[in-house]
Design a protein around this ligand. Structure first.
Ligand code: SAM
Length: 236
């Protein structure tokens, strides 16, 4: 992967960024995404935020190499502290992290008002999608689109959300599977949930053999297992 040849995962994230956006890419590492989108003339301005010195330096180098210092600002900061209201950011991308970490970045941004609530969020959690959809639902976001893809034997989900007038109370099922992914039912979606089914069956077997109190976990796993079976069997 480089700034001219993004990974399939980041390319699909980039496809959700509207033309002429002012983007904040949080956890930008090499700044591949903002640099590639800027080179495609898709952005008018970008902030690349990084909390770790090494990736921050790599992002700076990448931007200098492409002579984009005037258009992409790199900031060493924790999460959304990388952006200010003056940046007038309208799209935030947070990719390649666990859903719980993305959730905590959004939550801190919400509480310290670095997240205005007007930005389109394009999130690509590696795991923990449900906890992210829980946060989005609780904070009045509508899920505008979703994508699922496989790259290097890993399955990734992308969630696009914004706060709109209509507020949707997503069900537990929609939060687990993704309201739009559920409707699209792509081959990769079905493959992911076949794998999740096997994994839960394995855990349930282990729990049945384990000593100690596991009733709560077992009940949760069984409920999810049932839901997954229903979704996989749903031919409608
Ligand atoms: N976003 C890129 C991608 O999807 O390929 C890089 C993903 S990399 C696995 C995660 C990056 O997020 C790391 O460079 C890490 O330092 C950064 N990161 C983790 N927590 C962060 C936070 N609270 N604020 C900013 N960056 C963070």
């Amino acid at each position: 992967m480089n700034e001219n040849q993004l990974s399939k995962r980041l390319e699909r994230v980039g496809a959700f960024v509207p033309e002429q956006s002012r983007l904040a890419d949080i956890g930008s590492d090499h700044a591949y995404l903002p640099v590639a989108l800027m080179l495609q003339n898709k952005l008018s301005f970008a902030v690349a935020g990084e909390v770790v010195k090494g990736p921050y330096e790599s992002a700076k180098k990448q931007i200098q190499k492409n002579d984009l210092q005037e258009k992409i600002v790199v900031r060493l900061a924790d999460g959304l502290e990388a952006v200010t209201a003056a940046d007038a950011i309208d799209v935030v991308t947070i990719c390649g992290m666990g859903g719980a970490l993305i959730r905590s970045i959004l939550d801190a941004g919400w509480n310290n008002q670095h997240l205005q609530g007007t930005e389109r969020l394009i999130l690509q959690p590696n795991i923990g999608e449900k906890t992210l959809r829980d946060w989005l639902t609780d904070h009045g976001y509508t899920i505008l689109d979703e994508d699922i893809l496989e790259e290097n034997h890993k399955i990734y989900e992308i969630i696009v959300a914004a706060r709109e007038k209509r507020r949707i109370a997503y069900t537990e099922k929609e939060r687990l599977f993704g309201p739009i992914l559920l409707k699209k039912r792509s081959a990769i979606f079905l493959k992911k949930w076949q794998q999740e089914l096997k994994q839960r069956e394995y855990v349930l077997k282990q729990l049945a053999q384990a000593t100690g109190e596991h009733e709560e976990k077992t009940a949760r796993m069984q409920a999810e297992l049932l839901q997954i079976k229903e979704v996989l069997a749903d031919e409608s």
